[in-house]
Write a protein that binds this ligand. Structure first.
Ligand code: HEC
Length: 116
């Protein structure tokens, strides 16, 4: 009896672990550790256009201009893109962004913020 319930407990733990791993994968479209390559053109530009371009366009004061690769790359390299979008999460200002899109930006930065 004791042995049987122990087996059930082990089976249940494995099942729960497996299920949570699948849920985690869903939140991580580029895999745990960013296994797939993120494309600036195909993955990042659409996220920036939908979430940031209301403010981060050329000539809007001194804030980063994300209409160009060079503008976004500057903030990727100086660490502000990471801190504002992934640590503080206060960008997009006054708005919200999905975990999936934040993860795309995270992986893009980790992979060197390439112009690919
Ligand atoms: C409603 C306007 C608005 C939106 C939308 C917005 N920002 Fe900002 N952002 C600002 C303003 C204003 C500042 C400068 C003041 C400050 O640092 O808080 C700023 C500053 C920043 C900075 C600090 C460095 C710099 O360039 O000034 C980063 C990085 C940044 N934003 C990233 C983003 C990203 C990425 C998005 C989209 C996911 C986004 N922002 C969306 C208004 C906005």
């Amino acid at each position: 009896m004791f042995l049987k319930s122990k087996k059930i407990a082990v089976f249940a733990s494995v099942a729960i672990l497996f299920f949570s791993a699948c849920q985690y994968e869903k939140l991580q479209p580029f895999g745990i550790g960013c296994n797939s390559e993120v494309s600036y053109v195909n993955d990042i530009v659409p996220v920036i256009n939908a979430n940031c371009m209301g403010c981060h366009y050329a000539g809007n004061g001194t804030i980063g201009n994300f209409a160009t690769y060079a503008g976004l790359k500057t903030d990727a390299d100086n660490g502000t893109l990471n801190s504002r979008v992934l640590v503080l999460k206060d960008m997009p200002q006054g708005g919200s962004m999905s975990d999936e899109n934040r993860q795309k930006i995270n992986c893009w930065i980790k992979q060197g913020a390439l112009n690919n």
